[in-house]
Each structure stands twice: as C-alpha cells, then as structure tokens.
Write a protein that binds this ligand. Structure first.
Ligand code: PLP
Length: 428
C-alpha cells in the first residue's frame, strides 16, 4: 500500500482480504483467543511469538485500523487507544517517568494541557510550555538535561496556531529527544508530520477521522526513525531490560521500527487497559474510508466561512490559518498547502455576552463539546473545554475570552453562511 496516494490509503490500507474473505473488515468481538498448548501461550507472554491472547492488549480489528492509520501517516508501527487523551498520555509516558521533563507548545488542546500541567505533574513529570512562535533562544532555554520529549499540535485546538514542525523537530533532535505531534486537526490528508521530521504522531480519532461523532478514540503512530539506543541513557525503559518481560530490551529485540509501540502495548496497555472496543475500531474505519473526500469539503467550507466572517462588521477578528494576512499564513502555506481544517475561530464584537447571544441564534450549528464532525457545531471554549484555565493560561494557549470555535461540517457552505448572517443580525 505504501506506494499509493493518501486517498487510496484512506479507502483500502490496512486490510487486504484473501479469496472468499469478507470485503469489509471483520469485527472480532472476542476478549480472548484459543491456543492448543500452554507452551504456545507462554511464548506470547514472553513476547517471543506474536499473536493475540487478550483484547486488553491487542485485538485484530483494532490492529487492522491502526495499520491503516500507520500507512496514512507513513509510519512504521501504530496502536489504537480508547481516546485521544489516552493516546497523548501513552505517547509521553512511554518515554518519560517520574523525575523527567518534557517541552510542550502552549497552544494545545485544553484537555491535553490539563493532562500535562496537572495530572502528569502529580506523577512527577514536569512540563515547560513555550508559545509556538517563541524565539529560538526561548525554545533552547526550555530544555533541561532530563528532557525526554517535545510535544506540539500541527494545528492547535482551538487556537488554530500552526506549529513550525521542522523547527521544533530540529530543536528536539539537537537534544537527542523525539518530537511528538498531535495531528488531529490536520489529519494525514492535509499534513504528514513525519515528512517534516516528527518522530511520533498522535490522534484523537474522535474528530475528523471518525468524522460522524460515533466513537471516541485515539491512535499513536511511530515513524520508526528515532534511534533510541543512540541516546540509551535517556531512555532506560526502551534500552535496558524490562523485568516484567523476563529481561527483554525493547530497542534491541524490536529495533527502532518496533520498540516504541511494542513497549506501549506490552506495558501501558497491559497496565492501564485504555483499549478501544472492536466495534469502535470498525466505526472509525468507516470514517477513514471517506476522510480524504470529507477533508476537502471541510476545508472549502472553512475557507468560505472565514472569508464571510472577515468581511462582517459585527465580527471583531477571525483566525483561520489559510486566510491571507493570518499570522500563521506562511506556515500554513508550507505545512498545509491543500487546506488546514474546517474549524474557524473568531470573536464577536461585544465580547462574551454577544458571543452567547449569537450562538443561541444559530440554527444549523449546534452548541456541542465537539469539533471536526460532518455536522456543523460550535463552542465557547472559555466557558467549556478551557474553563480550568486562568486568563494568563488562556492567553498562552491562544484562547481569548470572546473566542467562538466554529467547526464547519460538510453541509452546503451557502446555508452555513446564511445561518451565520441571520444569527449575527439578531444579536440582542
Ligand atoms: C479532542 C482532542 C484531544 C482529546 O481527544 P479525545 O478523543 O477527546 O480524548 C486531543 N488532542 C486534540 C488536538 C483534540 O482535538
């Protein structure tokens, strides 16, 4: 599949049925798998043979869909998780432990910020946040001897800041640590971070990949290119024996291509069990089959809505990376030449109160804690997803108190614009 273009991979990668096998991916709704001898089973537990034994760790349906996303991103190995949150948690926790440190962009999803700054801080992992447009000196100064990774989002939710992936990858590599990119908003249809030097990619598949608001899910993809053994002292979890698997050293046994995802499956899935249901993986795959078609429409609608709002006198500001004049326009041209996403952020004149009145008047767009769906929806992050943040943290995340996050679905853009127009006209 690797020679095919992204649209073909969306439809067909990950699964090639043999003669007489089902055309659609089978849902293997089984918690467990049968073996003839204890010896065979034992080999699986020792990671000496590969095979399924318990769906908390691995399930064939989930693996089929992970393989598709892996091929779409151009990675070496991948795993599904039961949410985007667990994907980002595993992606970092797989290589950082108590006493370690991570550099992260401050322009990230509110849930991820909370995970890092509050919950993982309690686990003894410290984060230093830098703005995506920080100077090279500021970025450099964020690193410490115990830094184990750099983290950022291709297009930040909801601030829509675009990350200079190449610059952050170079900084990470200069310190011998990997760059982890959450590619949820761009999807591999619009950006493949591995092509710009990222080492690990994560997704909340809940968003565009599923695309229909059907199943919460996540994915981690490893490029297989980071040389763990070259920085063995930084990554003891990958480069020294794992006593819980009879002394296996992941980086030696599975190489750069397999070590990271094997460890995340064998240790983190085993111990935390954030595994998706096979049914959810099946639904995700249905969404992936049309991702390239939908992303094009999401982007067309995003562009049309952004242009309409920009010219409207009740709108204070519009943020859409593909609008000429946007602070991230240059980065969007570089990393997202075919479009960014369908999400447009803007401020309504009159601040919080006007924003609430405007949102109440919308008829097509529903108010939802959701984004990146076939149906248009909108949200006021300061009173919802980002309400744990104080004003200073909001500002650093690129979220102003008047920000409305409007997620264009795949409806007809003319109807979306007429709906926006009537809602703006009837602000009280
Ligand atoms: C939604 C989202 C997450 C969290 O994903 P869930 O599937 O809701 O757990 C992480 N990162 C980004 C960029 C998101 O938009």
């Amino acid at each position: 599949m690797s020679k095919y273009r992204i649209g073909t991979k969306c439809v067909q990668a990950g699964y090639t049925p043999a003669n007489g096998e089902p055309r659609q991916i089978p849902i293997i709704q089984s918690t467990t798998f049968k073996y003839a001898t204890s010896e065979e089973m034992g080999k699986l537990f020792d990671l000496e043979a590969s095979g399924y034994f318990y769906s908390r760790l691995q399930n064939p349906t989930c693996d089929t869909v992970a393989k598709k996303i892996c091929e779409m991103e151009g990675g070496a190995a991948a795993m599904l998780t039961c949410s985007g949150q667990s994907a980002n948690f595993f992606a970092v926790f797989n290589i950082a432990e108590c006493g370690d440190h991570v550099v992260a962009s401050s322009a990230i999803y509110g849930g991820t910020f909370n995970l890092f700054a509050v919950t993982m801080a309690k686990m003894g992992i410290e984060f230093t946040f830098v703005t995506p447009d920080c100077s090279d000196e500021e970025l450099e100064a964020a690193f410490r001897p115990n830094t184990k990774a750099v983290f950022g989002e291709t297009i930040a939710n909801p601030s829509l800041r675009v990350l200079d992936i190449e610059r952050f990858a170079n900084a990470a590599h200069a310190h011998n640590v990997p760059l982890i990119i959450d590619n949820t908003f761009a999807t591999p249809v619009n950006c493949r971070p591995f092509e710009w030097g990222a080492d690990i990619v994560t997704h909340s598949t809940t968003k565009y990949m599923d695309g229909h608001g059907s199943a919460v899910g996540g994915c981690i993809v490893d490029s297989g290119r980071f040389d763990w053994m070259a920085s063995a002292e930084k990554f003891p979890g990958l480069c020294t024996p794992d006593e819980s698997y009879h002394g296996i050293t992941y980086a030696q046994r599975f190489g750069n291509e397999g070590a990271y995802i094997t460890k995340a499956t064998a240790q983190l899935m085993r111990d935390f069990g954030a595994t998706p249901a096979p049914q959810s993986a099946y639904l995700l795959n249905l969404g992936l089959e049309s991702l390239h078609v939908r992303m094009k429409r999401h982007c067309e609608n995003g562009q049309a809505v952004a242009e309409f709002l920009q010219s409207h006198d009740k709108i204070a500001w519009v943020k859409y990376p593909n609008l000429p004049g946007d602070e991230d326009y240059r980065l969007a041209q570089k990393y997202l030449p075919n479009g960014s996403c369908g999400v447009v952020s803007f401020g309504v004149k009159g601040g919080r109160k006007a924003a609430e009145s405007f949102m109440k008047n919308l008829k097509i767009a529903a108010i939802e804690t959701h984004v990146a769906d076939a149906r248009t929806c909108c949200l006021h992050p300061a009173s919802a997803t980002h309400r744990q943040m104080n004003d200073e943290q909001l500002l650093a995340a690129g979220v102003s108190p008047d920000l409305v996050r409007y997620s264009c679905g795949i409806e007809d853009a003319r109807d979306l614009i007429e709906d926006l127009a009537q809602a703006l006209d009837s602000i009280d």
